[in-house]
Design a binder for this molecule. Structure first.
Ligand code: ADP
Length: 444
């Protein structure tokens, strides 16, 4: 107990003892004690009243001063008030610094409250999204930014995703937006101008496409002439036959790279999905396996296919052929002679799948995430010698993206690899259903 409380208690005890003595002397003990209690209560109430007025900010009121306990409480409150004022000053300084920083951000920032109503927005949001910090506060953001892609994204509520849409103030401006939830029922909408990045990507794509186009014709001509020379029976060419063979090999390889680059550019730059047609995947796999057996040749790999004959999908046959052939030919090229390669085409609860499993050399885990990058090869010389371009898995990834699917790779060094293409159930087409539709079509 503090000293001031001890003094107060001592005073009270003394006052009551004095009152009791006086009361006893005049034979009014109870009255004397009652009066002392009333006086003491009135004094404490008076102090409490002063404290209340002082705490509620009355300028005329002074803190309770009489009595050490009240002095102590008043000093304590004064200290707390001073601390809280200091903290308030600090917080408001910090708040204005944050506001200044977000206002200076080159990206648009909008705070969304309940029902995605605009609570606050920075300067960039005014320029890029056309929002007004006066007119639009309190309005639902979906009423202000009406692009269908943005509205769909707003309702889907997946914070990890982002959406691209043209700016409401200028169609030429392409924005990428994300929404981050924070606090209670608050979300932060962030939008960045990505027009420049997209323009640069387009320039890169155009450059690759133009160079590939320009190279294709001379390479085809060179390759054709080399073939004619090699076909000639003239003994004059005998000395030149080995270098001519090498030249033909290299020109074919370059032509292959050019074709793959052109295919990749086409896949990348296509904005709209091409109309999908029923694809007889089991038949497609049969032709790919024939080619794989030819590629394997003397290496005599044991290639087997287990395919559900009824399972067709809606897609682009050319693209699917390219993706599946890349996976199967890779299995042949990276699997030692005589080993097993198994191809399976089936559907289960998780979707439709193609797996290509080999007993090859396997891939170390740190290479796996990078395999679908263009020209990423674990062993450059090995890839080149086996006729690889380093673009195969990149093509596979793009084709699968086009079909709403994905590529999974699992591998163990020295044991083998499994490449799995996953497709969504929606692409499924039963062969019987397709034949029935064709029959009805021909009758009409
Ligand atoms: P490449 O034309 O070089 O085969 P890809 O893009 O098809 O290019 O493959 C990239 C790299 O992935 C290859 O260079 C190879 O190192 C590795 N790879 C692909 N498939 C397999 C496989 N079945 N087994 C082992 N490594 C593989």
């Amino acid at each position: 107990m503090s000293r001031s409380w001890r003094v107060l208690l001592r005073r009270l005890v003394l006052a009551f003892l004095g009152a009791a003595l006086l009361g006893w002397l005049v034979d009014r003990l109870l009255l004397a004690l009652l009066l002392t209690a009333l006086v003491s209560l009135a004094w404490q109430l008076g102090q409490l009243y002063r404290l209340d007025r002082w705490l509620s900010g009355d300028r005329d009121a002074s803190p309770p001063q009489v009595g050490r306990v009240w002095d102590g409480i008043a000093a304590h409150v004064t200290r707390l008030r001073r601390q809280s004022r200091k903290r308030k000053r600090k917080l408001s300084k910090l708040f204005s610094q944050i506001q200044q920083a977000t206002a200076a951000l080159p990206d648009a920032a909008v705070i969304l409250g309940e029902d995605d109503r605009v609570v606050w927005c920075n300067g960039a949001a005014q320029q890029m999204l056309g929002l007004s910090p006066v007119r639009d506060i309190g309005l639902p953001v979906a009423h202000l930014l009406r692009h269908p892609d943005f509205v769909a994204f707003l309702h889907q509520r997946r914070p990890s995703d982002n959406v691209e849409f043209s700016a409401p103030v200028d169609d030429a401006l392409l924005l990428s937006a994300r929404i981050v939830p924070y606090g209670k029922k608050q979300r932060l909408l962030l939008a960045t101008d990505i027009s420049r990045v997209r323009r640069l990507e387009q320039v890169r794509r155009d450059f690759v496409a133009n160079v590939s186009h320009e190279l294709r014709t001379p390479l085809t001509v060179i390759s054709g002439y080399l073939e004619t020379l090699l076909d000639s029976d003239s003994p004059a060419f005998d000395l030149w036959r080995p270098p001519l063979h090498r030249m033909q090999e290299q020109s074919r390889r370059m032509l292959h790279i050019v074709e793959d680059l052109l295919l990749l550019v086409r896949l990348e730059s296509r904005k709209e999905r091409p109309p999908f047609k029923p694809v007889n995947v089991p038949a497609l796999l049969a032709t790919i396996v024939d080619d794989a057996i030819a590629l394997s040749d003397e290496q005599a790999h044991l290639i087997s296919v287990i395919a559900d004959p009824e399972l067709w999908i809606a897609g682009s046959e050319k693209e699917l052929h390219s993706a599946f052939a890349n996976l199967v030919f890779n299995a042949v090229r990276y699997t030692p002679a005589g080993r097993r390669i198994e191809i399976r085409w089936f559907a289960d609860d998780g979707g439709i799948h193609l797996t290509v499993e080999d007993e090859g050399e396997g891939i170390a885990p740190h290479h796996i995430p990078r395999l679908t990058e263009r020209f990423y090869r674990i062993n450059r010389d090995r890839s080149r010698d086996s006729g690889g371009t380093g673009l195969g898995l990149s093509i596979v990834k793009h084709v699968l993206n086009h079909h709403g699917g994905q590529l999974r790779i699992s591998s163990e060094l020295g044991v083998g690899s499994v490449f799995t293409c996953d497709f969504p159930h929606e692409l499924r087409m039963e062969r019987t259903a397709i034949s029935a539709r064709n029959v009805t079509g021909s009758r009409c």
